[in-house]
Ligand binder design. Structure first.
Ligand SMILES: Cc1ncc(COP(=O)(O)O)c(C=O)c1O
Length: 452
C-alpha cells in the first residue's frame, strides 16, 4: 500500500470536514485520533503488528480525562472507575495506578479489579441480581461497600455476613424518583424499567433494618441517574437530590451518613455536533453541594462518590478494521469490513453511530465524498457501523476506525456470533503500543466444546 494518509472524516448528511483546527472552532477533543494517527501511531503499523480488527486504547487520553475531572472535584468527592465500561486489565490497572477506586457489578469484576491491583478498600459493588457466591466473595474480599438493591438482598447479605462473622459496610440503592425517571426518558429514552434499587418505602425500611443489624453497617445510599449525560446541570441536580435523600434516610433510620454514591453517567460527545460536558459548571455546582454538607454537623464527614466509566475511557478507544469488499448497489456506496457489530455492538444496540475515519490511499489528492454505508461481515442486516456517512469511499485494503469506543465497546458486544476471531486489544502510551489481550481464534473456543 502506498503512503498512508487519513482521509477526511465521515459526516452524516453533510459534506466532510477536515481534522485541521480552524479559527473560531472549539479546541480539539481529547481523543485517540490526532493528526490522522491513533495515539500518535500510524494505523497501518498497528494493523500490521496486531492484525485487524483490533481495539486500541490511548492511556494518555484516559489520563487527561481523569485530570480534567479531578480538577473540578471539590474536597470530599471521590472517583471509582466503573469497570463495566472497559474491563481490560491494562485499563483498570492504569486507573488504579492513578489512585481511582473501582465500581464493580459482578464476582468477575471483583476478580478483575483485584488482579488489576485495585485495593479492596476502594472497591464498591453495585448491581441487581447478585448471586450468593458473589456476595460471599464480596464479603470475604472486604470491599469498601456493597450496594443492596432490595429487601430480599438485604436479608441474603445479612445471612452471608453472619456466617462469615463480619460486619459488612453497605449502601442502599434508591430507585430513581419519578422525576428523575422522566428526565432519564428524556435523556436516554428509557426509565430503567424499575429493576434498579428500592422504592422509597422499602428503602427506608431497609435503612432501619440495616441500622439495627449486628452484621451490616449502613454508610449511606446509592442512586444512578441516567447514562451519557452531557448536561452539567442535570448531572448536578441528580447528585444534589441523592445527597438530600441520603441525609433524610440516614437521619430517619438513625445512622451517621458517611457515603453518598451518585453513580456514573457523565457523558461524552459522539456525533460531530454533540457538545462536551461543561466540567467547570459541574464543578461549581458540586462545590455548593459540598458546602451544604459541611454546614451540617451530621453530614460534615460524608464523602460523595462518583462512578464514571464512559467519560474516563470512551474517547480513548478506536476500533480499527480493514476494508474487505466494496461495491455500488443501485448507486449507493457500500464497504464491508473484516469487523463489525460482533465486536462493536453499540450502533445496533443503542442506535448510536460512532464517528468513522478512514486511513488509506484511495481517491487521489482530492477525493470526492459520497454517502457511504460501512458494514461488517455478519449475515445480519443489523451489522452496519454507519449508514450514509458522507466521505470518500474507502478502497479494499484501506483501514477504517470507529471512534469513541473505549467504553461499552468490545465488552458490550457478542464476539462468538458467526465465529470470527476476536479483536486484539492494544494499549498505547508514550507513543508505544502494547498488547493487552491477544486475538482469540475460533479454533480455541471450538477446543473447549464437547459433543456428548
Ligand atoms: C451502578 C453504576 N455505576 C456506574 C456506571 C457507569 O456509568 P457511565 O459509564 O455512564 O459513567 C453504571 C453504568 O451502567 C452503573 O450501572
Amino acid at each position: 500500500m502506498s503512503a498512508l494518509r487519513a482521509s477526511a472524516p465521515a459526516t452524516r448528511g453533510r459534506p466532510a470536514a477536515t481534522d485541521a483546527p480552524r479559527r473560531g472552532r472549539p479546541p480539539a477533543r481529547n481523543e485517540i485520533l490526532r493528526a490522522g494517527r491513533l495515539g500518535g501511531l500510524e494505523p497501518e503499523n498497528l494493523a500490521r503488528r496486531f492484525g485487524t480488527p483490533l481495539y486500541a486504547y490511548d492511556l494518555g487520553v484516559v489520563d487527561r480525562q481523569v485530570a480534567a475531572l479531578r480538577a473540578v472535584l471539590p474536597p470530599g468527592f471521590e472517583l471509582a472507575y466503573a469497570v463495566k465500561a472497559n474491563p481490560a486489565l491494562a485499563v483498570v490497572r492504569h486507573l488504579a495506578r492513578r489512585g481511582l477506586g473501582a465500581d464493580v457489578a459482578s464476582g468477575g469484576e471483583i476478580e478483575a479489579a483485584l488482579r488489576a491491583g485495585v485495593s479492596p478498600a476502594t472497591i464498591v459493588m453495585t448491581g441487581p441480581g447478585k448471586r450468593d457466591d458473589e456476595l460471599v466473595l464480596a464479603v470475604r474480599t472486604g470491599l469498601r461497600a456493597i450496594t443492596v438493591e432490595s429487601l430480599g438482598e438485604l436479608e441474603r447479605l445479612e445471612r452471608v455476613a453472619a456466617r462469615e462473622g463480619r460486619v459488612v459496610p453497605i449502601l442502599l440503592r434508591a430507585a430513581v424518583s419519578p422525576e428523575v425517571a422522566l428526565e432519564r426518558v428524556r435523556l436516554v429514552g428509557d426509565d430503567g424499567a424499575g429493576k434498579f434499587g428500592m422504592a422509597d418505602d422499602d428503602l427506608r425500611l431497609a435503612a432501619r433494618r440495616a441500622a439495627r443489624s449486628a452484621h451490616l453497617e449502613p454508610l449511606g445510599i446509592h442512586a444512578f441517574g441516567a447514562s451519557n449525560v452531557v448536561d452539567a446541570e442535570a448531572l448536578a441536580r441528580h447528585v444534589e437530590r441523592t445527597v438530600e435523600r441520603a441525609r433524610a434516610v440516614a437521619a430517619e433510620a438513625g445512622f451517621t451518613l458517611r457515603l453518598v454514591d451518585a453513580g456514573g453517567g457523565l457523558g461524552i460527545p459522539y456525533e460531530p455536533e454533540d457538545r462536551e460536558l461543561d466540567l467547570a459548571a459541574l464543578g461549581r455546582r458540586l462545590r455548593s453541594i459540598r458546602n451544604r454538607l459541611e454546614g451540617d454537623a451530621t453530614t460534615r464527614d460524608a464523602r460523595v462518590l462518583l462512578e464514571p466509566g464512559r467519560f474516563l475511557v470512551g474517547p480513548a478507544g478506536a476500533y480499527l478494521a480493514r476494508v474487505v469488499d466494496r461495491k455500488s448497489v443501485d448507486g449507493a456506496h457500500v464497504v464491508i469490513l473484516d469487523g463489525g457489530i460482533h465486536h462493536l455492538l453499540r450502533p445496533a444496540l443503542v442506535g448510536q453511530e460512532h464517528r468513522i475515519r478512514t486511513f488509506g490511499s484511495n481517491g487521489g489528492p482530492r477525493p470526492k465524498a459520497f454517502p457511504v454505508t460501512v458494514a461488517g461481515p455478519l449475515c445480519s442486516g443489523l451489522d452496519v457501523l454507519t449508514s450514509q456517512a458522507v466521505m470518500p469511499p474507502p478502497a479494499i485494503g484501506d483501514l477504517v476506525a470507529a471512534l469513541d469506543v473505549g467504553a461499552y465497546g468490545f465488552t458490550e458486544s457478542m464476539p462468538f456470533f458467526l465465529s470470527h476471531p476476536t479483536p486484539a486489544e492494544v494499549v498505547i502510551s508514550d507513543g508505544e503500543a502494547r498488547l493487552a489481550r491477544r486475538r482469540i481464534e475460533p479454533r480455541e473456543w471450538l477446543a473447549m466444546q464437547e459433543v456428548p
